[in-house]
Write a protein that binds this ligand. Structure first.
Ligand code: BG6
Length: 481
């Protein structure tokens, strides 16, 4: 990695604690941070160095689904020694002069360290003032090194606001400086879909309307919104994860071969899928789990959705007419994120008369847990008679789960390396929003569902109307960790 300075706006917030600090820890542990790195975390409150150290320590040791390996105190100490905390008001121009002085001082001794990444882990209403102050202090210019911006989803809350934000971003940064982050694009298991599909020859000829009956995309979480009620109640599940993570899962599993492994080629193929998605508001179901309105910072009469399910199709030659069912929800029966490609039955299939004989073959990309790519097939049960049993032909990671890099580590690494392949550009974000806006046109009431269920019964009706059923994610494969 080139030497660089990372400036995190909002280092005391939830995103930093859960994602950014653990990712920096992992980079440090893997020896991936250059010796000359400068990290400045900013936030409003004036806290002492000791209090910042406590905050840092809590962030690394708190319960974290995605960061469960032991913390090496020496690594943590080294990382902490490289992070300075700077408090201040992000709307005050003096803050940026102070930031510039600090950066200049740190970087005077290292002219090759004039690369800068600004990470926005703060409220969107501060973006405008941050950008104009960065420009006023020339902190965003690239005269002596590169200058990049990392910005989290959601980018806007609909197509119009996303366009406005993109316009704003482009007033201050060129597209090749902007790293719009959807952490699903950094998931090892999602990226592996590209290799599985296009780096092999076997399955790709089968992934089309001739062989595929339908596709299901599921991202189910068995937990609720925790302490994020303030953000979540304004956003809802469809916009929190549907507009971004689930559409990306769909794009990776259905896009055409990019023919070369480059940012432009891969991004364009994802965009082609997003633009070809049919949006039918009558095929959208929203839900809200019982008890949601009593969650912290949630309005007592909230109509916000914590679940969605929709049916779509891709209007292109490969998939025209193949139904795609997408669902995501909080407080569901189990946590599982996967894409299932369900194959058609062939008329001359042998054993159609036997129990299970009609069970379809299913190709499953399991994003988490039990990360895998598996093919559900029927096999003969050992014995004198012919009886069938469903089995999984499985690709499991032979590596320990701690060897699978966290998406934030990877995306930091990519941003420092100047690789935008697994980031969204403006056009892609706008295509996502265009679909979600069209899909959610009109009034949709969030139907109640019981925590620990698979969502409201209306979601079952949605798929049953086509004579199909939601697949229950199986844990019967790659159960090796
Ligand atoms: C975030 C959403 O972007 O993604 C959360 O804001 C969601 O609500 C999370 O839980 C899911 O990410 P992962 O990596 O845990 O599947």
């Amino acid at each position: 990695m080139d030497p660089f300075a990372l400036i995190i706006f909002g280092i005391t917030g939830n995103l930093s604690a859960i994602k950014l600090l653990p990712a920096l820890y992992d980079l440090e542990e893997h020896g991936l941070l250059p010796e000359e790195v400068t990290i400045i975390g900013t936030a409003r409150d004036a806290i002492s160095r000791e209090d910042f150290a406590k905050l840092f320590d809590n962030a690394l040791h708190q319960e974290n689904r995605h960061h469960q390996h032991p913390i090496n105190p020496e690594v943590a100490k080294k990382l902490l020694s490289r992070i300075s905390y700077m408090h201040g008001d992000l709307t005050d121009p003096k803050f940026y002069s102070k930031l510039k002085t600090e950066l200049d001082q740190k970087q005077n001794s290292c002219p090759s360290c004039r690369n800068r990444i600004f990470y926005l882990a703060t409220y969107p209403n501060l973006y405008q003032t941050i950008f104009s102050n960065l420009r006023a202090t020339k902190l965003n210019n690239q005269d002596e090194g590169w200058s990049r911006l990392m910005i989290e989803k959601p980018i806007g809350h609909d197509l119009a606001s996303a366009k406005e934000l993109d316009k704003l971003l482009n007033q201050y940064f060129n597209e090749d400086q902007i790293y719009r982050l959807d952490h699903y694009l950094g998931k090892e298991t999602l990226q592996n879909i590209l290799t599985f599909r296009f780096g092999n020859c076997i399955f790709e000829p089968l992934i089309n309307k001739e062989f595929v009956d339908h596709i299901q995309v599921t991202a189910a979480e068995d937990f609720g919104i925790g302490s994020r009620g303030g953000y979540y109640d304004e956003t809802g599940h469809l916009k929190d994860v549907g507009q971004n993570h689930l559409l990306q899962m769909l794009a990776f599993s259905t896009m055409e071969n990019p023919n070369e492994f480059s940012n432009v080629a891969i991004t364009q193929k994802r965009i082609d899928i997003l633009n070809a998605l049919k949006a039918d508001p009558k095929k959208l179901v929203l839900g809200q789990y019982d008890g949601y309105r009593s969650e912290l910072h949630v309005k007592s009469n909230s109509q916000t959705n914590t679940f969605f399910a929709f049916r779509t199709e891709i209007s292109n030659d490969r998939f025209r007419g193949v139904p795609i069912y997408v669902r995501g929800g909080k407080k569901m029966k189990q946590t599982a994120t996967e894409i299932s490609i369900v194959f058609k039955n062939r008329p001359n299939r042998l054993h159609l008369n036997l129990p299970s004989g009609e069970e379809p073959n299913v190709l499953i990309y399991r994003i988490q847990p039990n990360e895998a790519i598996v093919l559900k097939v029927l096999s003969k049960m050992p014995g004198l008679n012919t009886a069938l049993e469903p089995s999984y032909m499985q690709f499991c990671y032979k590596h320990l789960s701690s060897d699978i890099f966290d998406p934030y580590l990877r995306l930091f690494y990519d941003a420092v390396s100047g690789d935008q392949t697994f980031f969204n550009d403006a056009e892609e974000i706008e295509s996502e929003w265009s679909f979600i806006d069209r899909l959610s046109t009109g009034n949709h009431t969030a139907m109640p569902y019981k925590p620990g269920s698979w969502g409201p019964k209306e979601a079952d009706k949605l798929i049953k109307a086509d004579g199909r059923e939601w697949l229950e994610p199986s844990m019967a494969f790659c159960n090796i960790r």
